[in-house]
Design a protein around this ligand. Structure first.
Ligand SMILES: Nc1ncnc2c1ncn2[C@@H]1O[C@H](COP(=O)(O)OP(=O)(O)OP(=O)(O)O)[C@@H](O)[C@H]1O
Length: 636
């Protein structure tokens, strides 16, 4: 990133432009050795064209890792390359006197990080930030790094401690199939797409052996339980139980072969991720016994039947909507699987209770068909999200050790990449906000720190102006007014406001920010945020409601009545919890919106990252079809 004074200027005056073209031609003329350039900073001149040519040449030569200064670029091979991840190779990088002299690899990053911990130079704790778009290989890379540490952070001398490390290592590795079964899904971009972010803290003792780990997850895409985009699927676990259940289990869970579920689209598509046995095995290893597993799967089957409960429009507004004839059986089955009384389940879905007046009188109001659907979906999302959090806590209690037994850690961050769809909403806003924060962290750490270091050392160099994304972050999260504060304000005031009004409020309050734009041609009310990775158009419709993520208290109370052992754990009848569940507008407690919770967890994460020495791996998807040996530059 740093440019020497005597090097080639990037300013394109007439002579400079000519010089650059000549350099470019000269560079591209040497096609043959291009793939041997193992550091993109050695590419000269550094242009999009030359960098992509270099990566392409390396990809075609089956060389998937390239340094880019302090970052490692990882190209997704889209084919198995077992020799690249063998334990022998791990040991080779681990024992090399100077691993950075070996070919670029994620193991170089892994080993460098490990040596940093051993060196005890502050900050001792390390983090590896794995970034890239969906399907680029972040989860794969994180998994490989975990395997690397499981091998190199085990003690070769003491067989007892080796066993302990292996046990912990195996448990840590076993957390992957569970989290992927419950948190990953097949999307248009990736058959095994993580629908949540995660930070794994690998904990090391004084002897630098792995003694435990802790997982923190971020923003599970729970809407997927009840709503899947066309050609996408629900979370893998639903397909696993439908495909992998035994005849006996099918009877117990009411899942006859070929049963159709509205929340289970594309069931005919079989993926390697559909392996129920792998999930069950991993759960067993982490201490989730067979009866508890069966309980989990029974509840999930209950949710599938819940999804088949379709309501008909009510002719009289004063009367509750009726269930469609075909859905009556689904009500019965769902109620029985969730151990809920049938009538209260139906009533809760179709009748809203409102408290009003000084005495908080309770009124019952029949819901419209759309409201019934929303309440049904909300019930499923509520159960699934709590189940996911509970699983993460079970995983943590199985892989965590006594806080006194570890002294340092290596954190692996696998976050969702930057997203831009034709229509974007709150989910993308949060994801892209997280990416802006990480980009800022990256910029601050490498570019600014290094340039300042050069200045202090008096080295001769020319200042490279880099894109600082503070303006964009001010727009999203700044104080006192930002997009986040404005949508939070709408939630707090709980006033009726249309999508158009929200757009106007955002546009007028933040007009001065150059990162805010608007799409004149857009028919739906929207605003544009010019992110570091490109402009994204967000629709304002539904933003406030999604941000509130309201859970009608009747739904929680209903689930607290369940006789199912798992649901009893997920929905305890704790008075404090009851108070928290009060919907916005009825409670005096400050509204905890999706955005404010996400912002708080992001700030916590950044604090952890700031306290560590960071390392970056940027995963790149060479084509969007997932094909090996294909590098499509226009898509990169
Ligand atoms: N190093 C690799 N070797 C072989 N195949 C790989 C490698 N990295 C990724 N893949 C393939 O690419 C697919 C997508 O990778 P992965 O799931 O890690 O992407 P991701 O960046 O985590 O995506 P998302 O953000 O959607 O979760 C994998 O399922 C695997 O088939």
């Amino acid at each position: 990133m740093l440019q020497q004074v005597n090097g080639h200027s990037s300013g394109l005056d007439a002579h400079g432009g000519e010089a650059l073209r000549e350099d470019l031609q000269e560079f591209l003329g040497q096609e043959a050795p291009l793939h041997l350039l193992d550091d993109l900073t050695k590419v000269n001149p550094v242009t999009l064209e030359t960098v992509l040519r270099c990566l392409q040449a390396r990809y075609m030569a089956d060389t998937f890792y390239t340094n880019a200064g302090c970052t490692l670029v990882a190209l997704n091979p889209f084919k198995p390359v077992p020799q690249l991840y063998s334990p022998e190779l791990m040991r080779e990088y681990h024992t090399a006197p100077q691993p950075q002299k070996l070919k670029p690899h994620i193991f170089t990053v892994g080993e460098q990080t490990y040596r940093n911990v051993k060196s005890l130079i502050e900050p001792v704790n390390q983090s590896i930030v794995v970034s890239g778009e969906s399907g680029a290989g972040k989860t794969w890379t994180s998994r490989c790094l975990m395997k690397f540490y499981a091998v190199v952070a085990a003690s070769p001398t003491s067989s007892e401690s080796h066993k302990v490390a292996e046990r912990i290592e195996q448990r840590i590795l076993n957390s992957n199939p569970i989290m992927e079964a419950f948190g990953n899904a097949c999307t248009l971009r990736n058959n095994n797409s993580s629908r949540f972010g995660k930070f794994i803290q690998l904990q090391l003792n004084r002897a630098h052996q792995m003694t435990g780990a802790a997982v923190q997850t971020y923003l599970l895409e729970k809407t997927r339980v009840a709503c899947q985009a066309s050609s996408e699927r629900n979370f893998h676990i639903f397909y696993q139980i439908c495909k992998g259940a035994s005849a006996d289990q099918r009877l117990q869970w009411h899942l006859p072969e070929g049963a159709a579920f509205s929340w289970l689209p594309n069931p005919d598509r079989t993926l390697e991720e559909d392996c129920f046995e792998v999930t069950r095995e991993a759960m067993l290893h982490l201490g989730i016994d067979t009866p508890t597993q069966n309980n989990i799967f029974k509840v999930l089957a209950g949710l599938l039947h819940l999804g088949n409960m379709l309501f008909a429009d009510s002719e009289d507004e004063a009367q509750p909507c009726q269930l469609m004839d075909s859905a009556k059986c689904s009500l019965r089955t769902s109620a029985s699987l969730l151990c809920l009384p049938e009538d209260p389940l139906l009533e809760t879905l179709r009748i809203r209770t409102i408290r009003a007046g000084r005495q908080q009188q309770v009124f019952r109001k029949p819901c419209s068909r759309a409201e019934c659907d929303t309440r049904r979906d909300c019930l499923a999302k509520l159960v699934y999200a709590r189940l996911f959090d509970w699983l993460v806590s079970v995983i943590n209690s199985s892989i965590c050790t006594d806080p006194n037994s570890w002294t340092s850690f290596i954190g692996l961050l696998d976050v969702y990449g930057f997203e831009s769809f034709p229509d974007n909403s709150l989910e993308q806003l949060c994801i892209n906000y997280a990416n802006e924060k990480l980009q800022q962290h990256f910029v601050a750490h490498y570019l600014r720190a290094q340039q300042e270091e050069y200045a202090v050392e008096g080295l001769e160099w020319s200042f490279v102006s880099y894109q600082d994304n503070q303006t964009c972050l001010d727009l999203i999260e700044g104080s006192p007014i930002s997009i986040c504060s404005l949508i939070n304000e709408e939630c707090r005031l709980n006033r009726p406001s249309s999508a158009a009004q929200l757009r106007t409020r955002i546009e007028s309050a933040l007009a001065g920010n150059p990162c805010l734009g608007h799409d004149k041609l857009s028919r739906e009310p929207s605003f544009i945020v010019v992110h570091y990775a490109g402009p994204v158009r967000y629709l304002t419709a539904g933003l406030v409601e999604k941000n509130k993520d309201p859970v009608p208290p009747e739904l929680t109370r209903l689930l607290q009545q369940s006789q199912d052992p798992l649901l009893k754990v997920l929905f305890p009848t704790d008075p404090e919890e009851k108070a928290q569940e009060e919907p916005s507008g009825q409670s005096r407690a400050p509204v905890l919106t999706v955005v404010s919770k996400f912002k708080a967890s992001l700030e916590q994460l950044l604090q952890v990252l700031h306290s560590t020495t960071p390392h970056y791996i940027r995963c790149i998807k060479p084509n969007s079809q997932g094909q090996a040996q294909t590098f499509l530059r226009e898509e990169a």
